[in-house]
Design a protein around this ligand. Structure first.
Ligand code: SAH
Length: 467
């Protein structure tokens, strides 16, 4: 890749990002991308060719860790063929302690970075550059101008993005490895967050999702500091920003103040992600979630009383140590009763160092875990099919993110995916009022008022073929 500067062609160096895991990792990768752009690097979608490859890892389940390890081995021959290629390993595999053991296992990795950390790679790249001083100068200038630089190919192109507001986690759910890898809870200052969002909005972003492992604990670690409702009020005032979301919530911290702020602030969307994890009190106790199922159900009632059209997402773990068939049935019963919009379900995976891995045998077989996972998914598909069908004929507000196969693709305030057709204008980044003409479990289709519904040839493009 090259661009022209002062009559000469400057070959730009390139970087590639490989990202696994949660939204926070997506944000962390974007943060690395931002820093590399300040150094003049340009994004490449080829890890084979890129000068710098960042591998941002997740270890929340064994399968995620295996994926990262596999990719690191894939990179090895590329590094051997081109010793100048820089490989940076970051994220929860490295953890806050720096992952010292990994240095021996992966000798082809140049830089190791804890979650959310970017400085080691920036320093490494500056220190080995032939024009060290000039590069450092350019970096500083960019950094003063914009606190957050979107990759060039995403400027005025990226509609919705993430901003981490609270790093780490100080809770100890018995199954979860995240607190030990991301460190203790640490809220970012309001000014820093707002500055970053303003930068993003100046580069075309219209929607931000504020992130935290327990996002509603924002500010709890700062005595007399602002809390999430206060932060939402400040962000709501940012001109040019259309929508605000936040995740992940913990049932014990979704206060009335927070729910009131959601109702009061026009930009905050009616969507919450509040994991339940299990529908049985004994399992919840062993998970150290610190609520019972009655309390969870009451919370859902409280949320719905304030926001009747709210959409709610949950996480469920199946096959937690000791989970009996009867206990699992109670999880299904809870889901059937509460009828939530989204359920992310995972099979329990014992993680090193966690309380459950230390003291509870992983005694539900892999086949049984798979069966339970499938049962949750089947039930959830029925539930969401029914919920979405109730939206037929309604007008919904869609923030349009991109054009995909000739159709505009965006999301409602409740985070439902909507497709519609229109050739009259460029809808990207704009709010469209769309009438829902078709609903399915994973998406909706609609038309702008006064238009005909999508024709059959488009339907057949996305409906799976039935053999
Ligand atoms: N801090 C957030 C997200 C944690 S990770 C929260 O507390 O909800 C995202 C999800 O992964 C969790 O909600 C949980 O459902 C799942 N998860 C975490 N640890 C797991 C494990 N050891 N095995 C299986 N699923 C796990």
């Amino acid at each position: 890749m090259h661009h022209y500067r002062k009559n000469c062609i400057v070959m730009s160096k390139t970087y590639n990002l490989w990202t696994a895991g949660c939204q926070m990792n997506v944000d962390d990768s974007q943060r690395v991308g931002s820093e590399l752009e300040k150094l003049g690097y340009i994004y490449s979608d080829s890890y084979r060719e890129a000068d710098v490859v960042v591998v941002n890892t997740c270890v929340v389940r064994q399968s995620a860790e295996d994926k990262a390890t596999g990719f690191l081995w894939t990179l090895k021959p590329y590094k051997e063929n081109n010793p100048n290629k820089v490989i940076a390993l970051m994220g929860c595999m490295v953890g806050v302690k720096g992952g010292k053991k990994l240095v021996k296992t992966f000798p082809h990795v140049d830089v190791f970075m804890s979650p959310s950390e970017t400085a080691p790679l920036v320093d490494f790249l500056i220190s080995r550059d032939e024009e060290k001083a000039a590069l450092e100068e350019r970096y500083k200038l960019q950094d003063e101008e914009l606190s957050f630089v979107l990759p060039r190919h995403q400027q005025n192109n990226l509609v919705a993005t993430y901003v981490t507001i609270i790093r780490g986690c100080s809770h100890v759910c018995s199954y979860c490895i995240i607190p030990s890898r991301r460190g203790i809870e640490h809220s970012r200052p309001v000014g820093e967050i707002v500055g970053e969002i303003r930068s993003m909005v100046a580069q075309g972003v219209k929607e931000v999702t504020l992130l935290g492992q327990i996002v509603d604990r924002y500010g709890y670690d700062v005595p007399a500091g602002p809390c999430l409702p206060d932060l939402l009020r400040v962000i709501n005032d940012i001109e040019g920003l259309a929508r605000i979301r936040f995740l992940t919530s913990h049932p014990n911290y979704m206060t009335d103040d927070l729910l009131d702020a959601m109702v009061e602030l026009p930009k905050v969307c009616e969507h919450v992600e509040v994991p339940n994890q299990a529908g049985d009190d004994e399992v919840l106790f062993n998970m150290k979630r610190e609520y019972n199922i009655t309390e969870y159900a009451n919370l859902i009632k409280r949320i719905r009383a304030r926001m009747p059209k709210v959409s709610i997402a949950t996480d469920i773990i199946v096959g937690f140590p000791g989970e009996t068939e009867a206990q699992f049935q109670r999880t299904l019963g809870t889901l059937a009763q509460l009828k939530l919009d989204v359920c992310h379900v995972a099979m329990y995976s014992p993680r090193p160092g966690t309380v459950s891995a230390k003291i509870l045998p992983d005694d539900v077989s892999a086949d049984e875990k798979k069966r339970r996972l499938q049962a949750v998914n089947d039930l959830q598909e029925q539930i969401v099919t029914e919920i979405n069908a109730s939206l037929l004929g309604e007008m919904v507000e869609v923030l349009v993110e991109e054009k995909q196969k000739g159709r505009w693709r965006g999301r409602t305030r409740t985070n439902k995916l909507v497709f519609f057709e229109d050739d009259s204008q460029d809808w990207r980044g704009k709010l469209a009022q769309v009438e829902v003409t078709w609903t399915g479990p994973w998406s909706l289709r609609g038309t702008l008022p006064g238009q005909q519904p999508l024709n059959m040839s488009h339907e057949s493009m996305i409906l799976p073929l039935i053999h």
